[in-house]
Design a binder for this molecule. Sequence first.
Ligand code: PRP
Ligand code: URA
Length: 208
Amino acid sequence: MNIQVITHPLVQHKLTLMREAECSTGKFRTLTKELARLMTYEATRDFKIEEYEIDGWCGKIQGQRIKGKTVTVVPILRAGLGMLDGVLDLIPSAKISVVGLQRDETTLQPVSYFEKLVDKMDERPALILDPMLATGGSMVATIDLLKQKGCKNIKALVLVAAPEGVKVVNEAHPDVTIFTAALDSHLNEDGYIIPGLGDAGDKIFGTR
Ligand code: PRP
Ligand code: URA
């Protein structure tokens, strides 16, 4: 399986706070952002770097910078927006490509309603953001879209994943690594992750 569960104590501590039934909108939103920030640190660990010369206080010295075209982050609306600021805290220059998908509550199939991608997708690494990976339909649809635009280096950042969805994404796109704070037990009959977080979009936006 192409999945990395981030077991860092801070990540696990914060995720557990989010699982509490009484977690308020404000707290849930803050924790989503904090987790996204911590997970970005892990998900960017293999970014390539290059040497370049800078003027240091004592003269010319060699420094390092991230190589290649600036990364694009791809929040999946709505809930993925909750992770965006956490990622931008660490990669302030990132370009933002937005994908709007709504899961049909009966069929559980993703329905596309918005798409605005940045230029030169074929040259940029992409980090897809969505707190929940349930059936995997939304993630596969987003990866399909990015690959159609020429994207070659794609990673997915989620807070909670269901084994069913991980299998679907891994089978459709074995090259895409999924970074998650938790690999949970299963999906219930309504397509919700158990134990999961409940409806992450509703909790972030206060629409529950
Ligand atoms: C949720 C979640 C994912 C999707 C996961 O979004 O944020 O995008 O469902 O389910 P899947 O893996 O079965 O596709 P939802 O459609 O509820 O929209 P929202 O973010 O606007 O709340
Ligand atoms: N979307 C959510 O917000 N939560 C789930 O458990 C599944 C899909």
